[in-house]
Write a new protein. Structure first.
Length: 432
């Protein structure tokens, strides 16, 4: 299969690392971040490195550190490791530039561009974040990176937007996940596009190419009369997930697919590869390559979706983006999630245009910025810091355990009150 070299190749990787900070990636990243060598035989024949590499994390570090904003060491460690890996394993020794990185609590995103192309021509780089936890806190939410790639023929070029998200967990909380997504659409806002007549902020859909990925937490929702619905049938369900036919049948009960393709409540205008071609990415026993944890029903929680301006809203299942690869990597065992990776071949860039081409959305869907987005974001940030600093202090007092720290604090307060009580009233020594 010949590949048009003018078509940009985008690699996206996403991993919920289970709050492990620097301990989250002890294994070699070659099978996750360098699929051009070991995963995709198609690209191995082509010997082509991605033009853009986007790496997203969820639960990047312990929550008390994330809420306190103490993520610099973890994100810098990840950046150095990722950059070294993608350059070491690039098929033609390509070099990469970090276009942008952004982190909010435990959700992080790093985007790289090849030095001989996108990395050199990227401009108007913007980052954003939003929280959708309680009181808009960042324990759940999204971060985004947007940039424009200049047209070598003198046109305005195209805009790329990457969004990494972590939505509400647990199977029954489907409505919360839908609300999380709508909150992200309304509050993850970017400046207006070049030459725009309006100074108003824009949503993530005001872009030429959109990529939305992360631990989206949508689950399998089996009807009560399904053969695998009861917990006692979990072994049979796991066996079905090990076969192509079994996964193809179970995908019909995937919450995300139903809400996007049938009910139209989320991810309007976004496409996705055949996620059922790989095994569910959650929930695994720690330390195990291929053993699910019986406490949860397996699910495809970790997903990558995309859209391009060349896609037609009248053909929601078709895309001008070619999904070259979409898979999970089972060898990672330090988290209850498996990382996922996709390789996407975009349509050739538009040339010589005076206006940025933007996505065409389904009729009746008009995403608009939330006028209270700024206030909500910083309300959440304030609660993040207040709770994070208190949690961090208790963790320090407890030598790494917040519960132990709380116990130590209560014991100390009790001792202090006892000591004050034993001193008795002060005596005025000047009285006879």
């Amino acid at each position: 299969m010949a590949v048009d070299p003018a078509r940009p190749l985008v690699q996206i990787a996403s991993y919920n690392t289970n709050l492990q900070a620097e301990r989250g990636l002890p294994q070699d990243l070659v099978d996750w971040l360098a699929p051009t060598l070991q995963v995709s035989s198609f690209l191995a024949r082509e010997r082509r490195a991605p033009d853009i590499v986007a790496v997203g994390f969820q639960e990047l570090l312990p929550l008390h550190l994330g809420l306190s904003g103490l993520s610099k060491a973890a994100i810098e460690n990840r950046h150095a490791l990722i950059l070294s890996q993608i350059e070491t394993h690039a098929p033609n020794k390509e070099r990469y530039t970090l276009i942008a990185k952004v982190v909010n609590v435990g959700v992080a995103l790093l985007v790289y561009g090849r030095d001989d192309g996108v990395g050199r021509r990227a401009c108007d780089v913007q980052t954003q974040w939003t929280g959708c936890g309680p009181m808009y806190m960042g324990n759940k939410g999204a971060v985004g990176v947007r940039f424009r790639v200049l047209d070598e023929d003198g046109g305005v070029g195209e805009v790329y937007t990457f969004v990494c998200a972590h939505l509400t967990a647990h199977a029954p909380k489907l409505a919360h996940r839908i609300a999380d997504y709508n909150h992200i659409v309304g509050s993850l806002l970017f400046p207006p596009l070049p030459a725009s007549a309006s100074p108003a902020p824009t949503t993530m859909f005001a872009t030429s190419h959109l990529f939305f990925f992360g631990d989206l937490n949508f689950r399998l929702s089996l009807p009560p009369d399904h053969a695998f619905a009861s917990r006692a049938e979990l072994p049979a369900l796991v066996h079905a997930l090990s076969t192509d036919d079994g996964r193809a049948a179970l995908k019909e009960h995937d919450q995300l697919r139903i809400e996007r393709d049938v009910r139209g409540t989320v991810f309007q205008g976004l496409r996705e590869g055949e996620f059922w071609r790989f095994k569910c990415s959650y929930k695994y026993r720690l330390g195990q390559v291929d053993e699910y944890d019986p406490k949860r029903m397996p699910a495809w929680t970790d997903r990558v979706m995309y859209a391009t301006h060349a896609d037609s809203p009248d053909a929601p299942q078709a895309s001008r983006i070619t999904n070259v690869l979409y898979t999970a990597i089972p060898s990672y065992t330090t988290s209850d999630h498996k990382p996922v990776v996709t390789l996407l071949l975009l349509p050739p860039p538009t040339r010589g245009t005076t206006a940025v081409p933007v996505l065409r959305l389904p009729a009746g869907y008009h995403p608009t910025p939330d006028p209270w987005a700024h206030a909500k974001r910083y309300t959440g940030r304030t609660f993040d810091r207040l709770i994070g600093y208190c949690w961090w202090l208790l963790t320090m007092l407890g030598a790494g355990s917040a519960l132990m720290g709380l116990g130590n604090l209560l014991v100390s307060l009790g001792f202090w009150r006892w000591w004050r009580a034993t001193q008795g009233p002060e005596q005025d020594l000047l009285l006879p």
